[in-house]
Design a protein around this ligand. Structure first.
Ligand code: CO
Length: 166
């Protein structure tokens, strides 16, 4: 287990399309364990393998709708249905201190595999739906700043983060 370095915007790896995971082996499990540790350490709600320099279709999203965050590993995830619309602030561990207003579906249905290759379906809404869209975009080399309608001002960021602390 170990923390991995989160790469920042400007690194070419973030612009590349990640490859399908075909081997659900120890190497994948080490990557996922490290990604989870890195995500928790950064206090984020999602992390994609390309953000730690591995161009494979693997992400972790955090469901923070309950008391404790629940971390969900999605291997080879695909959005198969979406519903509604949400407009809200979005950030990224690879673009620190930048927040943009991004329109996303309110609900998504994601087909994915777990770390053993077992297929499952995740129904996600609100922030979790946003995280799924954002992380799957990473697997296609897309960053949220390309999708943002506008960026938050420093004052808006301050208000938002103070609100979280309450
Ligand atoms: Co991101």
């Amino acid at each position: 287990m170990g923390l991995r370095k989160i790469i920042r915007k400007g690194d070419i790896s973030l612009k590349k399309k990640s490859r399908t995971v075909t081997e659900f082996n120890a190497r994948l499990h080490i990557l996922l364990n490290d990604m989870l540790e890195t995500l928790k350490d950064a206090d984020g709600v999602g992390l994609a393998a390309p953000q730690v320099g591995v161009l494979r279709r693997a992400v972790i999203v955090a469901d923070i709708s309950g008391e404790e965050p629940k971390y969900i590993e999605l291997i080879n995830p695909e959005i198969v249905a979406e519903e509604g619309e949400q407009i809200g602030p979005e950030g990224c561990l690879s673009l620190p201190n930048i927040w943009g207003v991004v329109t996303r579906p309110e609900k998504v249905t994601v087909n994915a595999q777990d770390r053993y290759g077992e297929p499952f379906t995740l129904e996600a809404e609100e922030l979790l739906a946003r995280a799924c869209c954002h992380e799957i975009d990473h697997l296609n080399g897309v960053l949220f700043d390309e999708l943002a309608d506008r960026f938050l001002s420093e004052e808006e960021i301050r208000e938002m983060t103070e609100g979280e602390a309450e």
